[in-house]
Write a protein that binds this ligand. Structure first.
Ligand SMILES: CC(C)(COP(=O)(O)OP(=O)(O)OC[C@H]1O[C@@H](n2cnc3c(N)ncnc32)[C@H](O)[C@@H]1OP(=O)(O)O)[C@@H](O)C(=O)NCCC(=O)NCCS
Length: 170
């Protein structure tokens, strides 16, 4: 398996992986909207490929943590692995590589809404542990943050997602 940054010729294969993983178009549309927005970070949109076939995709993009001041942080979403390639470690490798690249970029914090059992192993913790509030009425344990080395643990506040994510994060 190889992990690399997405390029535009991957777009249709990435859409298909997301369509199959999520059984619908919602995440495909979110990814397209992120790419068209100012919050897109090309080096943090990665694919996993096996024999030149796209089998997984992850995208981290900028969102805002609004407290006394506004901190630019990262949202991890969506993450998808082709159903026929799940439970083989591909999703985990994509998360680890994306987090390493975010660390190298000296970003501060990554936010995810997802399964605690999956994300906890990468160092994600409930956001409430850091005084960070979710914009969604979800159980505390599913709204998680992973502080990076550059994070100064004094940014309390509420996460605000850009329009690209509208209706997407359930
Ligand atoms: C969630 C998702 C991205 C995980 O990707 P994945 O490649 O299946 O993940 P991994 O294989 O790294 O890990 C998943 C599980 O398989 C296990 N696993 C990892 N490697 C394995 C292997 N070689 N053999 C068997 N199991 C393995 C992991 O321990 C993990 O176990 P868990 O059941 O305790 O969570 C994928 O299942 C998916 O696309 N789901 C649909 C879309 C979705 O829900 N996206 C996430 C939004 S938060």
């Amino acid at each position: 398996m190889n992990i690399r940054c997405e390029i535009r010729s991957d777009d249709e294969a990435i859409a298909e992986v997301n369509r199959l993983a999520f059984s619908g178009e919602t995440e495909v549309k979110i990814i397209e909207a992120i790419r068209e927005s100012e919050f897109y970070i090309p080096e943090l949109a990665l694919i996993a490929e096996i024999n030149n076939l796209v089998v997984g995709h992850i995208i981290l993009s900028y969102i805002h943590l609004i407290g006394d001041d506004t901190l630019q942080v990262l949202a991890l979403a969506p993450l998808a692995v082709h159903p026929q390639f799940q439970k083989q470690g591909i999703g985990s490798e994509l998360v680890k590589e994306a987090l390493a690249k975010a660390e190298n970029k000296q970003e501060a914090l990554v936010i995810v809404l997802g399964h605690p059992n999956f994300y906890r192993r990468f160092g994600f913790e409930p956001s409430v542990n850091y005084g960070i509030a979710s914009p969604f009425p979800v159980p505390q344990e599913v709204f998680m943050v992973k502080p990076l080395k550059n994070y100064q643990n004094n940014h309390r506040g509420k996460v605000v997602y850009p329009p690209a994510f509208s209706g997407s994060v359930d």
